[in-house]
Design a protein. Structure first.
Length: 59
């Protein structure tokens, strides 16, 4: 996912989880998301095995 900049809104999940950020502008850095088998989107965090694997390529 490309990065983005947002203003934290009290009615959105980030504003509810971190009310001290409401009204502030925050930057999300670029990151990888994964579409799961049950149809959800979650952040992907590489495991040590993922990092050491040789069955991937940069595109």
């Amino acid at each position: 996912m490309p990065g983005s900049t947002i203003t934290v809104d009290a009615q959105r999940p980030l504003g509810q989880a971190a009310p001290e950020l409401v009204g502030r502008t925050v930057t999300y850095r670029p990151h990888l998301d994964m579409f799961t088998a049950d149809g959800q989107i979650v952040p992907w965090v590489a495991s040590q095995s993922d990092l050491d694997a040789d069955d991937w390529e940069i595109v």
